[in-house]
Design a protein around this ligand. Structure first.
Ligand SMILES: Nc1ncnc2c1ncn2[C@@H]1O[C@H](COP(=O)(O)OP(=O)(O)OP(=O)(O)O)[C@@H](O)[C@H]1O
Length: 285
Protein backbone atom coordinates (compact mmCIF):
# COMPACT_ATOMS: atom_id res chain seq x y z
CA UNK A 1 0.00 0.00 0.00
CA UNK A 2 2.63 2.47 1.00
CA UNK A 3 4.64 0.95 -1.86
CA UNK A 4 1.71 -0.64 -3.69
CA UNK A 5 3.06 -2.02 -6.95
CA UNK A 6 -0.12 -1.37 -8.92
CA UNK A 7 -3.18 0.74 -8.29
CA UNK A 8 -6.53 -0.93 -8.21
CA UNK A 9 -10.04 -0.27 -6.99
CA UNK A 10 -12.91 -2.45 -5.87
CA UNK A 11 -16.49 -2.52 -7.13
CA UNK A 12 -19.50 -4.19 -5.60
CA UNK A 13 -22.85 -4.54 -7.30
CA UNK A 14 -26.23 -5.94 -6.24
CA UNK A 15 -24.74 -7.41 -3.07
CA UNK A 16 -27.16 -9.36 -0.93
CA UNK A 17 -25.76 -10.42 2.45
CA UNK A 18 -27.45 -12.53 5.07
CA UNK A 19 -27.08 -14.25 8.40
CA UNK A 20 -28.93 -17.56 8.36
CA UNK A 21 -32.12 -16.88 6.41
CA UNK A 22 -32.24 -13.17 7.28
CA UNK A 23 -31.10 -10.66 4.64
CA UNK A 24 -29.30 -7.72 6.26
CA UNK A 25 -27.92 -6.02 3.13
CA UNK A 26 -30.29 -5.81 0.21
CA UNK A 27 -28.62 -5.21 -3.16
CA UNK A 28 -25.85 -2.73 -2.23
CA UNK A 29 -23.54 -1.25 -4.84
CA UNK A 30 -20.45 0.88 -4.31
CA UNK A 31 -17.16 1.71 -5.97
CA UNK A 32 -13.80 2.30 -4.32
CA UNK A 33 -11.48 4.21 -6.62
CA UNK A 34 -7.71 4.63 -6.41
CA UNK A 35 -6.80 7.86 -4.61
CA UNK A 36 -10.31 8.38 -3.19
CA UNK A 37 -11.85 7.90 0.25
CA UNK A 38 -15.36 6.51 0.62
CA UNK A 39 -17.03 6.74 4.05
CA UNK A 40 -19.80 4.34 4.98
CA UNK A 41 -22.13 5.75 7.65
CA UNK A 42 -25.46 4.74 9.13
CA UNK A 43 -27.18 3.78 12.37
CA UNK A 44 -26.25 0.79 14.52
CA UNK A 45 -27.25 -2.44 12.84
CA UNK A 46 -27.67 -0.90 9.38
CA UNK A 47 -25.19 -3.37 7.87
CA UNK A 48 -21.96 -1.34 7.59
CA UNK A 49 -19.60 -3.93 9.11
CA UNK A 50 -21.24 -6.80 7.24
CA UNK A 51 -20.85 -4.93 3.96
CA UNK A 52 -17.20 -4.10 4.67
CA UNK A 53 -16.47 -7.69 5.68
CA UNK A 54 -18.11 -8.91 2.46
CA UNK A 55 -15.87 -6.57 0.43
CA UNK A 56 -12.91 -8.22 2.19
CA UNK A 57 -14.35 -11.69 1.41
CA UNK A 58 -14.86 -12.37 5.13
CA UNK A 59 -18.63 -12.64 4.78
CA UNK A 60 -20.12 -14.67 1.91
CA UNK A 61 -22.21 -12.84 -0.66
CA UNK A 62 -25.56 -14.56 -1.18
CA UNK A 63 -25.73 -12.85 -4.54
CA UNK A 64 -24.11 -10.01 -6.42
CA UNK A 65 -20.58 -9.35 -7.62
CA UNK A 66 -17.32 -7.96 -6.26
CA UNK A 67 -14.67 -6.99 -8.77
CA UNK A 68 -11.05 -5.92 -8.39
CA UNK A 69 -10.40 -3.20 -10.95
CA UNK A 70 -6.68 -2.63 -11.68
CA UNK A 71 -5.98 0.72 -13.38
CA UNK A 72 -3.85 -0.92 -16.06
CA UNK A 73 -5.29 -4.37 -16.55
CA UNK A 74 -8.46 -6.40 -16.86
CA UNK A 75 -10.97 -6.49 -14.00
CA UNK A 76 -11.00 -9.69 -11.94
CA UNK A 77 -13.83 -11.42 -10.10
CA UNK A 78 -12.76 -10.96 -6.47
CA UNK A 79 -14.75 -13.97 -5.33
CA UNK A 80 -12.83 -16.25 -7.71
CA UNK A 81 -9.32 -14.95 -6.99
CA UNK A 82 -6.71 -17.04 -5.18
CA UNK A 83 -6.66 -16.11 -1.51
CA UNK A 84 -3.10 -14.78 -1.58
CA UNK A 85 -3.71 -12.79 -4.79
CA UNK A 86 -6.77 -11.16 -3.26
CA UNK A 87 -4.79 -10.40 -0.09
CA UNK A 88 -2.22 -8.51 -2.18
CA UNK A 89 -5.03 -6.22 -3.35
CA UNK A 90 -7.34 -5.79 -0.37
CA UNK A 91 -6.92 -5.62 3.40
CA UNK A 92 -9.37 -4.91 6.23
CA UNK A 93 -8.84 -3.32 9.62
CA UNK A 94 -11.75 -4.95 11.39
CA UNK A 95 -13.55 -3.63 14.44
CA UNK A 96 -12.35 -6.17 16.98
CA UNK A 97 -9.87 -9.00 16.86
CA UNK A 98 -8.73 -11.53 19.44
CA UNK A 99 -5.44 -10.45 21.02
CA UNK A 100 -2.82 -13.14 20.44
CA UNK A 101 -0.86 -14.08 23.55
CA UNK A 102 2.91 -14.36 23.49
CA UNK A 103 3.41 -12.39 20.26
CA UNK A 104 5.36 -9.15 20.02
CA UNK A 105 4.18 -6.06 18.18
CA UNK A 106 6.70 -6.76 15.42
CA UNK A 107 5.43 -10.38 15.07
CA UNK A 108 1.88 -9.12 14.57
CA UNK A 109 2.87 -6.46 12.05
CA UNK A 110 4.99 -9.03 10.17
CA UNK A 111 1.90 -11.17 9.82
CA UNK A 112 0.68 -8.51 7.36
CA UNK A 113 3.27 -9.88 4.93
CA UNK A 114 1.51 -13.28 4.71
CA UNK A 115 0.41 -12.92 1.06
CA UNK A 116 4.03 -12.51 -0.03
CA UNK A 117 5.50 -15.45 1.82
CA UNK A 118 3.86 -18.48 0.29
CA UNK A 119 3.41 -21.82 1.93
CA UNK A 120 7.08 -22.45 2.73
CA UNK A 121 7.77 -18.94 4.02
CA UNK A 122 9.52 -18.10 0.77
CA UNK A 123 11.80 -15.08 0.75
CA UNK A 124 10.05 -11.72 1.01
CA UNK A 125 12.78 -9.22 0.11
CA UNK A 126 10.49 -6.20 0.63
CA UNK A 127 9.15 -7.53 3.93
CA UNK A 128 11.54 -6.04 6.50
CA UNK A 129 11.34 -2.51 5.10
CA UNK A 130 7.54 -2.69 4.68
CA UNK A 131 7.19 -3.68 8.34
CA UNK A 132 9.51 -0.89 9.53
CA UNK A 133 7.66 1.68 7.40
CA UNK A 134 4.26 0.53 8.64
CA UNK A 135 5.37 0.78 12.28
CA UNK A 136 6.85 4.21 11.69
CA UNK A 137 3.71 5.54 9.97
CA UNK A 138 1.52 4.38 12.84
CA UNK A 139 3.90 5.59 15.56
CA UNK A 140 4.59 2.18 17.13
CA UNK A 141 8.31 1.68 16.38
CA UNK A 142 9.16 2.15 20.06
CA UNK A 143 6.69 -0.63 20.95
CA UNK A 144 8.14 -3.19 18.49
CA UNK A 145 9.48 -5.57 21.16
CA UNK A 146 6.52 -5.35 23.55
CA UNK A 147 3.99 -8.14 23.92
CA UNK A 148 0.70 -7.20 22.24
CA UNK A 149 -1.28 -8.49 25.23
CA UNK A 150 0.21 -5.71 27.38
CA UNK A 151 -0.88 -2.82 25.14
CA UNK A 152 -3.67 -0.30 25.63
CA UNK A 153 -6.67 -0.35 23.29
CA UNK A 154 -5.33 2.61 21.30
CA UNK A 155 -1.82 1.16 20.99
CA UNK A 156 -3.31 -2.13 19.85
CA UNK A 157 -5.47 -0.40 17.28
CA UNK A 158 -2.33 1.15 15.76
CA UNK A 159 -0.62 -2.27 15.70
CA UNK A 160 -3.54 -3.77 13.73
CA UNK A 161 -3.41 -0.84 11.33
CA UNK A 162 0.36 -1.27 10.90
CA UNK A 163 -0.27 -4.94 9.99
CA UNK A 164 -2.68 -3.79 7.27
CA UNK A 165 -0.20 -1.22 5.95
CA UNK A 166 2.60 -3.81 5.90
CA UNK A 167 0.37 -5.84 3.57
CA UNK A 168 1.02 -3.22 0.84
CA UNK A 169 -2.41 -3.46 -0.75
CA UNK A 170 -3.97 -0.92 -3.07
CA UNK A 171 -7.38 -1.16 -1.36
CA UNK A 172 -7.67 -0.45 2.36
CA UNK A 173 -10.91 -1.12 4.25
CA UNK A 174 -11.28 0.14 7.83
CA UNK A 175 -14.09 -0.41 10.31
CA UNK A 176 -14.17 2.47 12.80
CA UNK A 177 -10.37 2.88 12.74
CA UNK A 178 -10.26 5.62 15.37
CA UNK A 179 -11.95 3.55 18.08
CA UNK A 180 -9.95 3.82 21.32
CA UNK A 181 -7.65 6.49 19.91
CA UNK A 182 -6.93 9.71 21.78
CA UNK A 183 -7.23 13.07 20.06
CA UNK A 184 -3.67 13.14 18.72
CA UNK A 185 -3.71 9.67 17.16
CA UNK A 186 -7.23 10.20 15.82
CA UNK A 187 -6.01 13.24 13.88
CA UNK A 188 -2.84 11.43 12.83
CA UNK A 189 -4.77 8.41 11.52
CA UNK A 190 -7.04 10.68 9.46
CA UNK A 191 -3.97 12.52 8.14
CA UNK A 192 -2.41 9.16 7.29
CA UNK A 193 -5.53 8.01 5.40
CA UNK A 194 -5.53 11.30 3.52
CA UNK A 195 -1.86 10.80 2.50
CA UNK A 196 -2.37 7.15 1.58
CA UNK A 197 -5.16 8.15 -0.79
CA UNK A 198 -3.78 11.39 -2.19
CA UNK A 199 -0.06 10.60 -2.35
CA UNK A 200 -0.02 6.84 -2.82
CA UNK A 201 -3.27 6.33 -4.73
CA UNK A 202 -4.76 3.85 -2.25
CA UNK A 203 -8.51 3.24 -2.59
CA UNK A 204 -10.01 3.60 0.89
CA UNK A 205 -13.36 2.50 2.30
CA UNK A 206 -13.97 3.45 5.91
CA UNK A 207 -16.88 2.90 8.29
CA UNK A 208 -17.39 5.90 10.55
CA UNK A 209 -20.01 6.82 13.12
CA UNK A 210 -19.09 10.47 13.32
CA UNK A 211 -20.77 12.24 10.40
CA UNK A 212 -18.54 15.31 10.76
CA UNK A 213 -15.46 13.12 10.45
CA UNK A 214 -16.97 11.49 7.37
CA UNK A 215 -17.67 14.93 5.86
CA UNK A 216 -14.12 16.05 6.66
CA UNK A 217 -12.25 13.10 5.21
CA UNK A 218 -14.35 11.48 2.49
CA UNK A 219 -14.71 12.29 -1.19
CA UNK A 220 -17.83 10.17 -1.28
CA UNK A 221 -20.24 9.30 1.54
CA UNK A 222 -22.61 6.34 1.47
CA UNK A 223 -25.48 6.35 3.98
CA UNK A 224 -26.74 2.89 4.83
CA UNK A 225 -30.18 2.43 6.38
CA UNK A 226 -31.62 -1.00 7.20
CA UNK A 227 -29.23 -2.63 4.75
CA UNK A 228 -30.13 -0.31 1.88
CA UNK A 229 -28.20 2.62 0.44
CA UNK A 230 -30.29 5.65 1.36
CA UNK A 231 -27.94 8.25 -0.14
CA UNK A 232 -24.53 8.42 -1.82
CA UNK A 233 -22.42 11.27 -3.09
CA UNK A 234 -20.24 14.09 -1.83
CA UNK A 235 -20.89 14.88 1.84
CA UNK A 236 -22.74 18.09 0.94
CA UNK A 237 -25.31 16.02 -0.97
CA UNK A 238 -25.41 12.69 0.86
CA UNK A 239 -25.59 14.16 4.36
CA UNK A 240 -28.89 15.92 3.89
CA UNK A 241 -30.56 17.00 7.14
CA UNK A 242 -34.03 15.63 6.31
CA UNK A 243 -32.64 12.33 5.07
CA UNK A 244 -30.39 11.92 8.13
CA UNK A 245 -33.26 12.78 10.50
CA UNK A 246 -35.29 10.07 8.85
CA UNK A 247 -32.48 7.49 8.81
CA UNK A 248 -31.37 8.09 12.42
CA UNK A 249 -34.92 8.73 13.74
CA UNK A 250 -33.86 11.91 15.52
CA UNK A 251 -33.92 15.54 14.34
CA UNK A 252 -30.56 16.37 12.76
CA UNK A 253 -29.55 19.84 11.63
CA UNK A 254 -26.62 20.65 9.38
CA UNK A 255 -24.62 23.78 8.69
CA UNK A 256 -21.43 24.72 6.93
CA UNK A 257 -18.52 25.52 9.22
CA UNK A 258 -17.49 29.09 8.30
CA UNK A 259 -13.82 28.36 9.11
CA UNK A 260 -13.34 25.13 7.16
CA UNK A 261 -16.23 25.29 4.70
CA UNK A 262 -17.08 21.72 5.74
CA UNK A 263 -20.48 20.31 6.53
CA UNK A 264 -21.28 19.91 10.24
CA UNK A 265 -24.16 17.93 11.69
CA UNK A 266 -25.89 18.09 15.05
CA UNK A 267 -28.49 15.72 16.44
CA UNK A 268 -31.05 17.67 18.46
CA UNK A 269 -31.71 15.98 21.80
CA UNK A 270 -34.55 16.77 24.22
CA UNK A 271 -32.26 18.94 26.32
CA UNK A 272 -30.34 20.66 23.53
CA UNK A 273 -32.43 23.84 23.52
CA UNK A 274 -32.63 24.07 27.33
CA UNK A 275 -28.81 23.90 27.63
CA UNK A 276 -28.50 26.74 25.13
CA UNK A 277 -30.94 28.96 27.00
CA UNK A 278 -29.14 28.25 30.30
CA UNK A 279 -25.86 29.30 28.70
CA UNK A 280 -27.47 32.40 27.28
CA UNK A 281 -28.94 33.31 30.69
CA UNK A 282 -25.58 32.90 32.41
CA UNK A 283 -23.90 35.11 29.82
CA UNK A 284 -26.65 37.74 29.75
CA UNK A 285 -26.38 39.99 32.85
N1 LIG B 1 -23.06 -12.81 13.64
C1 LIG B 1 -24.30 -12.37 13.38
N2 LIG B 1 -25.34 -13.22 13.37
C2 LIG B 1 -26.60 -12.80 13.11
N3 LIG B 1 -26.91 -11.52 12.82
C3 LIG B 1 -25.91 -10.63 12.83
C4 LIG B 1 -24.55 -11.00 13.12
N4 LIG B 1 -23.78 -9.89 13.04
C5 LIG B 1 -24.60 -8.89 12.74
N5 LIG B 1 -25.88 -9.32 12.61
C6 LIG B 1 -27.06 -8.49 12.28
O1 LIG B 1 -26.87 -7.94 10.99
C7 LIG B 1 -27.34 -6.60 10.94
C8 LIG B 1 -26.21 -5.69 10.48
O2 LIG B 1 -25.16 -5.73 11.46
P1 LIG B 1 -23.80 -4.95 11.25
O3 LIG B 1 -22.91 -5.33 12.38
O4 LIG B 1 -23.33 -5.17 9.88
O5 LIG B 1 -24.32 -3.43 11.41
P2 LIG B 1 -23.46 -2.12 11.64
O6 LIG B 1 -24.11 -1.07 10.80
O7 LIG B 1 -22.02 -2.38 11.40
O8 LIG B 1 -23.73 -1.85 13.17
P3 LIG B 1 -22.87 -1.03 14.28
O9 LIG B 1 -22.93 0.41 13.90
O10 LIG B 1 -23.64 -1.29 15.53
O11 LIG B 1 -21.48 -1.61 14.31
C9 LIG B 1 -27.85 -6.28 12.34
O12 LIG B 1 -29.25 -6.46 12.33
C10 LIG B 1 -27.20 -7.30 13.22
O13 LIG B 1 -28.00 -7.63 14.32
Amino acid sequence: MIEATELSGLEASDLVLRYGDRDVVHGAALTLEPGRILALVGPNGSGKSTLLRALARLHPASSGAITVTPSDGPAADALMMKRSDFARHVTLLSQSRPVPHGLSVRDVVEFGRHPYRGRWRAADPEGASAVERAMELTGITALAGRGVHELSGGQLQRVWLAGCLAQDTSVLLLDEPTNHLDLRYKVEIFDLLHDLARVHGVAIGVVLHDLDEAAAIADHVVVLSDGRIAAAGPASEALDADLLSDVYSIPIVTHTDPLTGRLRTRAVGRHSERRNSTTERSIDP
